[in-house]
Design a binder for this molecule. Structure first.
Ligand code: 5GP
Length: 307
């Protein structure tokens, strides 16, 4: 959302007509971002979104690099007759689907790449407080608040430049982290107490969340964001796996520290992918079935997780 809105604001300032489309709904706590009200949720407004795509000259695909990641939107992106540009930082892009662009894994975030595009275009004077807030939100999210190695010196220089263009960074942090309802915090407490298992022999923590928990605590899209990072605060944990029982699938998230490759792990076992230290996947199996598979698979990685 941060990279799309930032690019959208920038292109509008250049006089273009821009529509931002999200493949699905999004977390309510994102709504503070300037421009979110105008974003089209494809699942809610399929007809309008399809018309916008059919009438577009240019299609910018941000923060994903293969159409199927956008679920039901994928076929419309694939069939769109316009010029398609990829701006992403994930591994293994489906390059032939795009006319221009790059998936640059050396970049902290798609937001950093949008910043580079704006500055590289010679239009840095168009940066303003709204664009800066959207970019900063994505950068904070993807660098784990500047703790991952992807938070390079140039990322910090970019943030300094965004400050010079009016960024109120404290407001963004509040928007990202102090913007939930009480039920979400209670849900987190419940999950950490009752749904987390720690396997010290594998330096791994696992959280499996059944549907009934989501219903009981009225958990909405985005409320589970950040949960997968929490077990990493336990000394020695190298891998955290989170599995959530969603309606259509069991959705996995993986986070590692050091040289354990989550992307490969997710690709090899859970139809997924992502980054080296942060990836996701899915399963059509039941929650207990896929969790059992995870436990079995973990055996193969004892050495890798004890290095
Ligand atoms: P998260 O665990 O926060 O959903 O995702 C972590 C990272 O993995 C993100 O960069 C996300 O784009 C990517 N990711 C999540 N799920 C999948 C998936 O099913 N397939 C692929 N290729 N990437 C995923």
């Amino acid at each position: 959302m941060g990279s799309s809105l930032a690019l959208g604001h920038f292109l509008q300032k250049l006089g273009h007509t821009v529509t931002v489309i999200s493949p699905t709904n999004w977390a309510g706590w994102v709504n503070w971002m300037p421009g979110t009200k105008q974003v089209i949720d494809f699942e809610q407004h399929k007809q309008i979104a399809q018309e916008k795509i059919a009438g577009a000259d240019w299609l910018f695909c941000l923060d994903f690099n293969i159409f199927h990641r956008t679920k039901n939107l994928a076929e419309h992106l694939a069939n769109a007759p316009c010029t398609k540009i990829l701006v992403d930082h994930h591994q293994q892009p489906d390059t032939p689907s795009f006319h221009f662009g790059i998936s640059d894994t050396s970049k902290s975030s798609t937001c950093e790449m949008i910043y580079d595009i704006i500055v590289g275009s010679g239009q840095a004077d168009k940066l303003d407080a709204d664009i800066a807030a959207c970019l900063y939100a994505g950068i904070v999210g993807d660098t784990g608040s500047f703790r991952f190695s992807s938070a390079t010196a140039s990322v910090h220089r970019m943030v300094a430049d965004l400050k010079d263009h009016g960024l109120n960074h404290g407001r963004v942090h509040e928007g990202l982290y102090d913007n939930y309802l009480e039920n979400r915090l209670r849900f987190m407490g419940h999950v950490l107490l009752n749904r987390m298992e720690v396997f010290y022999e594998y330096n791994t923590a696992l959280i499996a969340i059944p549907k009934q928990d989501l219903l009981k605590y009225q958990i909405r899209t985005g409320d589970t964001d950040g949960l997968v990072n929490l077990p990493h605060s336990i000394q020695g944990i190298r891998l955290v796996a989170l599995c959530i029982d969603r309606d259509e699938e069991r959705k996995w998230s993986f986070r590692s520290k050091g040289d354990f490759d989550c992307n490969q792990f997710a690709r090899d076992h859970f139809e997924g992918g992502g980054h080296f230290n942060a990836a996701g996947g899915r399963s059509s199996d039941s929650l207990s079935g896929t969790v059992e598979s995870f436990r079995t698979i973990l055996n193969q990685y004892q050495q890798a997780l004890n290095k």
